[in-house]
Write a protein that binds this ligand. Structure first.
Ligand code: CIR
Length: 259
């Protein structure tokens, strides 16, 4: 089954990005664009058909398309980003997703960032963070539970999004930084801890049997390989200064036949 990856280029205003846990550092736009190109190549190399979204030069964080929607097999849920500056990013994503899925929306006063929603099978874990409020998790549950998903809100502390702290790297297997999320929520699953010297390494993007992972975290990549996982490292240091990881730069979903 073909995967589609929605991506968007890096805005020239990325220097004004939202920052929550990091101090602002200069971002080398040319280098960031080269790294992003390598990321998009890795997505294509892992079997994704790449679909580009229109540039949004006045939206500093527009490259982080993951946050704008949650794409389930049956429904695309357009997020309502917790950062006001990011709300204008969703319109073009909704237009693109309409070609693939029925579309629903998270509505005020709820907020939800896609980076806070971790799917494993028919389970959705929803991080309650500075970006996603309990009303956001409840609205997602109201949309997803009738489709057969179970929805579990959980607290996240010390990082931006749930998927900064934990991501899926194989069937029923998660990569985790236990400092930022309570691992007991995942007791039914196998856990691989990121290397203690690489706290930001829990963010990995699984595409079938391949995992895209930031090249800056070789010790954690070694742990994944020891578990039999095929790791494709991509350089991701510039967008990491904007608090972006490898999941953030795309919305990946199977291209299903619509009835
Ligand atoms: C933000 O604060 O919204 C952006 N600077 C970074 C978003 C990263 N997205 C993600 O983790 N899903």
């Amino acid at each position: 089954m073909k995967l589609v990856a929605l991506v968007r280029g890096i805005s020239p205003s990325i220097m004004r990005c939202e920052l929550t846990h990091l101090a602002r550092e200069p971002i080398d736009l040319a280098r960031a664009r080269i790294e992003h190109g390598r990321y998009v190549e890795a997505l294509a190399g892992a079997g994704c058909r790449i679909e580009g979204l229109p540039d949004l030069p006045d939206h500093p964080d527009a490259v982080f398309v993951e946050d704008t929607a949650v794409v389930l097999d049956e429904l695309a849920v357009i997020a309502r980003p917790g950062a006001r500056s990011r709300r204008g990013e969703t319109r073009s994503v909704a237009s693109a997703l309409r070609a693939y899925r029925a579309v629903a929306r998270i509505a005020a006063p709820a907020t939800l960032d896609g980076g806070d929603v971790l799917r494993t099978g028919r389970t959705l874990f929803v991080g309650i963070t500075g970006r996603t409020n309990p009303a956001g998790a409840r609205q997602l549950a109201r949309l997803a539970e009738p489709l057969g998903y179970s929805v579990h809100p959980l607290a996240v502390t010390g990082c931006l999004h749930l998927k900064s702290a934990v991501t899926e790297v194989a069937d029923r297997t998660l990569l985790i930084n236990r400092e930022w999320v309570d691992a007991s929520a995942f007791s039914a699953l196998a856990l691989i801890d990121c290397d203690p010297g690489e706290p930001f390494a829990a963010n990995a993007l699984r595409l079938g049997n391949t995992v895209i992972h930031a090249a800056e975290f070789p010790a954690t990549a070694g742990r994944l390989r020891s578990a039999g996982i095929d790791v494709r490292p991509v350089p991701a240091g510039e967008l990491a200064k904007a608090e972006g990881g490898v999941t953030c730069g795309s919305l990946v979903f199977p291209e299903l036949d619509r009835p």
